[in-house]
Write a protein that binds this ligand. Structure first.
Ligand code: GDP
Ligand code: MG
Length: 163
């Protein structure tokens, strides 16, 4: 059975880029699932020999500000609930922002496995920001670059623990 992995975090941290990388050429079978699940995207994928069922949580460019946070919260909670493991992604170049803290709080409230990914960390660019993530209380962040494919071996090792 594939491991169900929810990719969560605030907009613009690189969730969809990572989703696309892990989905690889199987992306063609992504189901848009209109209606209740339109804030989330699904695809089969893999990392090494690890089969994944990926859940991407969408951006909210089309939503007015008043409903934004509630909607992000609801879909993040739904994705976490569906998944075996959640991957909390933040932008290690930006460091931990107030909105990152909101998402981290949602994850801490659930008694479900979480892996923290310090994204955009190619070329050690995010070293300082990655360090900040310890204070989120979600475990040691794994430096990755979804765009450049760095840190995938370390991510694989972390995911294996939940297979
Ligand atoms: P999402 O809103 O969390 O789904 O983020 P996206 O995947 O749409 O990416 C947001 C922006 O970050 C885009 O401009 C990406 O090209 C960029 N990005 C994504 N991953 C990386 C990365 O690993 N390194 C760098 N430097 N930029 C990235
Ligand atoms: Mg996205």
């Amino acid at each position: 059975m594939p491991l169900k992995l929810a990719i969560v975090g605030r907009p613009n941290v690189g969730k969809s880029t990572l989703f696309n990388r892990l989905a690889g050429k199987k992306l063609a079978i992504v189901d848009d699932q209109p209606g209740v699940t339109r804030d989330r995207r699904y695809a089969s994928g893999s990392l090494g020999d690890l089969e994944l069922e990926l859940i991407d949580t969408a951006g909210f460019e089309d939503v007015d500000d008043s409903s934004l946070e509630a909607r992000m919260r609801a879909q993040t909670e739904a994705a976490i609930e569906e998944a075996d493991v959640s991957l909390f992604v933040f932008d290690s170049r930006e460091g931990v922002t107030a909105l990152d803290e909101v998402f981290a709080a949602i994850l801490r409230k659930r008694d479900k496995p979480v892996i923290v990914a310090a994204n955009k960390a190619e070329g050690k660019a995010g070293e300082a920001g990655a360090g900040e993530a310890f204070r989120l209380g979600l475990g040691e962040p794994i430096p990755i670059s979804g765009e450049h494919g760095e840190g995938m071996a370390e991510l694989y090792a972390a995911l294996l623990a939940f297979e």
